[in-house]
Design a binder for this molecule. Sequence first.
Ligand SMILES: CC(C)(COP(=O)(O)OP(=O)(O)OC[C@H]1O[C@@H](n2cnc3c(N)ncnc32)[C@H](O)[C@@H]1OP(=O)(O)O)[C@@H](O)C(=O)NCCC(=O)NCCS
Length: 338
Amino acid sequence: MPLKQLAPGEMTADDIRDWCSVLNDMTAADMPGEPRWRTERLHDYLTATLPDDERLVFLYRDDDGDLIGHAGLIMFGGEQAGTGVIEMSTRPSARGRGVGKALLGAVAECASAHGCRSLSVEVIATTPAVGFYDRMGFERAVVEQRHLLRWTEIDWEKIELAAGRLAAGYRLEYHAGGVPERLLDSYTAVKANLRASDDVAVVPEWRGSAQADRLRDSLTTLNRRGMRSHIVVALSEPYGTVVGLTELVVAAQRPTRADQYDTVVDPAHRSYGLAMSMKARLLTELRRAEPQLVDVQTWTMEAADDVRWINSELGFVHDVDWYDYETDVDALLERLGR
Ligand SMILES: CC(C)(COP(=O)(O)OP(=O)(O)OC[C@H]1O[C@@H](n2cnc3c(N)ncnc32)[C@H](O)[C@@H]1OP(=O)(O)O)[C@@H](O)C(=O)NCCC(=O)NCCS
């Protein structure tokens, strides 16, 4: 049987090495400008999930035992129960032979057996994966713009200035690896502004942590996965409650790339330049904390004009679009004839 399903914890050191090599071959062929993956803490990265989530891995080996494709399925629990996310790669030299389709079929069957009704996948618009997911009948649900800030192109004088320009009555704090207990409640209250309102999500697929226990779980999970979080909060005086936050993560498996996570300011404290000051301050902290960084990536949607303006002031440049594809699992199984 060339295709094997396993829990990430069952992966051997060889599995992990092969998994990484397929991913890096795929990256070199489809998105050569993206950083390569390292095996450092990759086992942790694949094994740790949020308490209610479950991740499974699918490995496809050829007759010689060489890994030519792999897939990952994360099935969400809690409020997102019934939905899942796929990741998939076929080694470029083995494409067009049905490996991707076989992996997708196995993923869909497994998802269905676990009560997962819909699946989504993120795809870079310039890669062959677009043609594959179109062919497999997935629907393009959301288009996001990816923006990159290249470390060597940062105007540090401008950033330092923006970091220090803070409206009266506020101060900034930087925290690495977590959020202090004293700030948790107001932090999560600010995050709740990203939740869907009137059925319109401010951030698509946002599954952040608008409750203190969820936030603790998600920060713990990031740490267990080898992902270092860096956070700047804006506090309003005199009580020191959080009114704004910006989060960024650097993964041990791709340490030259930082990923911007949420940035949000409480509606009552908007238009004072807090988002700009927080993001600029975070960059100055990163300069000290993560000197190996090559770039920072962030995503915005077409409509998010204010965030796009701040990002472009900081030096972020839009380079490529990302598509979020979705499908109903039963319909996918039917299309695949399974
Ligand atoms: C997408 C990917 C997995 C497809 O793998 P593959 O093994 O070549 O796919 P298959 O051979 O199983 O193709 C299945 C079907 O899709 C079609 N297909 C595959 N790639 C296609 C493309 N770029 N354009 C149009 N159709 C395509 C095949 O022709 C085949 O059609 P058929 O059912 O009529 O025979 C592979 O291109 C890949 O690894 N890409 C990078 C993945 C990636 O971006 N991952 C990150 C996000 S998950």
